[in-house]
Write a protein that binds this ligand. Sequence first.
Ligand code: SF4
Length: 183
Amino acid sequence: MNKILFNVAAINICTTAEGPHKRLAIWFQGCNIKCTGCCNPHFQSIEPKNIMTFEELVSLIFQSILENNIEGITYLGGEPTLQSNLSFLSESVQEMGLGVIMFTGKEISDIHPELLKGIDLVIDGKFDQNLPDQRNLIGSSNQRIIHLTERYKQDGGWFSKMRPKKVEVNVLDGGIIFSGDVL
Ligand code: SF4
């Protein structure tokens, strides 16, 4: 059987900066949307970065459940929907009882439904630097919060206010990841 692979730019094994509750955050490598003013331009290039198997990712998620009692995971990018095996991971994570949040530069109507399986909440749309936004972690006012399940409907307040910028650590290489909205 072929291995189920993902092209990963960075992982924070436990964070409170990438969505409500404690989460494991995965930044995927590669984006073909190329928004002007992208906050992660180094994740745009479509080339192999850290090629990880499904089993390796699930193992890190289990580790964080045991060590940190995470509530869910967040996909960021890069563009997560370029990962053709995304639903394998999302549905497995959902079966573990965790929630899945995805930030995408595409509008949800342009995403194949297969790629949305197992996802609870989507923040969609291209970043537009001419439409600044006051919501936490959401770059421009055209981007929408779309609930695909009931799971995060009580957590809307998390996105309603900006939080301080945080320095986080990429467990894959020890590099620094900045998150949050203000200095
Ligand atoms: S979709 Fe996201 S990663 Fe891609 S260019 Fe836009 S802001 Fe950057």
